[in-house]
Design a protein around this ligand. Structure first.
Ligand code: MCA
Ligand code: AMP
Length: 482
């Protein structure tokens, strides 16, 4: 039996994964995943070309069963980003869906094609021993303020702890049918969104791509009870729900709507509440910490807050002098620091960065918040201006600046986030051209970023300036730019 997915073999006929018309029952999933796990067992690390398909979910389950660390790859990674992740994580093999053509940067890697059909022979399936709880289950890449993304090593224990914590908070059970359209290479879509329902013995219905109609159908005709999304998705649902009675009914009929990965503005909370009667549950997490806090369906509704600490997580606020903030007045701000079994093990190959991320055993999130007398946290900002959250994706300014600087005709570059009603923040590039009279072509410049890094890191706006504001040390003063 799998400790991480104990329900895998208990309910053979129940649907486990639904992607469009493709439905895998628990028996089919277990059969196909154990067969693949047999091929993965004993390998160092296994990459998964994480398209939004059942093949990705199956390959990740197989890696978990085999006790081999899984590295999900963004299938839209640009050349440089992909080369970096592969060079850093050195997977032995990449699991792909049939007919996948890997880009140049992944050429030369051994591929393993994932098939959904369990093996036809009745031979007992190989059941490799999973690793101990402290061993790595997944390595998820996340952007930092500078440099290339870091691999966040997440143990089996951390994954289990966070999934059980949110299950308790949300009363999430095997009867739930989770609906989402999140990408499968980050914590939200993959750990919460795929391993979550499987650990509970429930069902996942993945939409492939987000659409208002897809959500409506999944929550009505297709039996969805639970919806996960980033604020951009809820914003788009809020935009439609006022006029779209079918959508309003679908959202109103869901057991639970959960938002995370960035702040859901109070305005969107309220629009959804008034159109549907439903209140959105907001939870706060991070790749490094998995889930930390949540509002609760059985507790007070406090839009604009991220709720209270989950049962297994210690949360504190710390001021600029490193002192714990004792005030719970809803006004005094401090950095959120967390401790608990949900935390990551390390940044792969980056002991310096791992050490720097902790203060006396507490992980420093970089998020700044207040806490009220009822223990509700309200995130009010971020310590660094160099991290941008756009569409729920974390984007490091430094990485984009490096890509911009190598483009012909760019003398200096700075990247900031600007408020955006749909994306939360949008990426803005400030460019000092080498020649004011002949600035670089905007589209070519942003295409370059998308091709090297990823489409969601593409600047949505380019502003040409004659110089960047700098302080006496020569550092760009981003707050002035914004
Ligand atoms: C955009 N596009 C452009 C330009 N701008 N093309 C040319 N020039 C431009 N200037 C392209 C995009 O690349 C995209 O391409 C298309 O236009 C549509 O863009 P847009 O509508 O803005 O975005 P979208 O593709 O609709 O995506 C919105 C989204 C997405 C669905 C909300 O951002 C998303 O899936 N976000 C989820 C992020 C997430 O899961 N984060 C979790 C990490 P094309 O049409 O080809 O696609 S955080 C986490 O895990 C922690 C633990 C947590 O707390 O959860
Ligand atoms: P990532 O590194 O991509 O995992 O993103 C983690 C960051 O997302 C956190 O440090 C927060 O800044 C942000 N975040 C996640 N959930 C929320 C939320 N509910 N409200 C505000 N910010 C959030």
């Amino acid at each position: 039996m799998s400790a991480l997915i104990p329900a895998l073999e208990r309910q053979p006929d129940k649907p486990a994964l639904c992607f469009g018309d493709v439905v895998l029952s628990y028996a089919q999933l277990a059969g196909a995943a154990y067969a693949l796990a047999g091929k993965l067992a004993g390998r160092g690390r296994v990459a998964v070309w994480a398209t939004p398909t059942p093949h990705t979910a199956l390959a990740v389950v197989a890696g978990v069963l085999a006790g081999v660390p899984v590295v999900p790859l963004n299938p839209r990674s640009g050349a440089r980003e992909l080369a970096h992740v592969l060079a850093d994580s050195t997977p032995d093999v990449v699991c792909v869906a049939p007919e996948t053509e890997l880009p140049e940067a992944a050429a030369g890697l051994t591929t393993l094609t994932v098939t959904l059909a369990p093996p036809a022979d009745a031979a007992p399936l190989a059941r490799p021993e999973p690793g101990p709880d402290a061993s790595a289950a997944l390595i998820v890449y996340t952007s930092g303020t500078t440099g290339a993304p870091k691999g966040v090593v997440l143990s089996r224990r951390a994954v289990a702890a966070t999934l059980d914590d949110v299950a308790e908070a949300w009363q999430w059970t095997g009867d739930d049918v989770l609906v989402h359209a999140l990408p499968l290479f980050h914590v939200h879509g993959l750990i919460l969104g795929v391993l979550g329902p499987l650990r509970r013995g429930g069902t996942l219905r993945h939409l492939g791509r987000f659409s208002v109609d897809g959500v409506t159908r999944a929550l009505t005709e297709q039996g969805g009870t639970l919806l996960f999304g980033v604020p951009t998705m809820y914003h788009r649902l809020a935009e439609s729900a006022g006029e779209d009675a079918a959508l309003a009914r679908a959202l109103g009929g869901a057991r639970l709507l959960v938002s995370g990965s960035a702040a859901l503005p109070v305005y969107d909370h309220e629009r959804i509440r008034s159109a549907t009667g439903a209140r959105v549950i907001e939870r706060y997490g991070m790749s490094e910490t998995l889930m930390n806090t949540s509002t609760r369906p059985d507790g007070p509704y406090r839009p604009g807050t991220v709720g209270v600490p989950l049962p297994g997580v210690d949360v504190r606020l710390v001021d600029d002098d490193g002192e714990r903030v004792e005030a719970d007045d809803g006004e005094t701000v401090g950095e959120i620091q967390v401790r608990g079994p949900n935390l990551f093990t390390e940044y792969l190959h980056r002991p310096d960065a791992t050490n720097g991320a902790f203060a006396g055993g507490w992980f420093r999130t970089g998020d700044v918040a207040t806490r009220d007398a009822d223990g509700f946290y309200r995130i009010v900002g971020r310590k660094s201006t160099d991290l941008i959250k756009s569409g729920g994706y974390k984007i490091g300014a430094g990485e984009i600046e490096n890509a911009l600087l190598e483009f012909p005709g760019v003398r200096e570059a700075a990247v900031t986030g600007a408020p955006d009603p749909d994306l939360g923040e949008r990426v803005v590039a400030w460019i000092v051209p080498a020649d004011d009279a002949a600035p670089p072509d905007e589209a070519a410049l942003t295409d370059h970023v998308a091709a090297q890094l990823a489409p969601h890191k593409r600047p949505r706006e380019v502003r040409f300036v004659t110089e960047l504001p700098r302080n006496d040390m020569g550092k760009v003063m981003k707050r002035e730019l914004r």
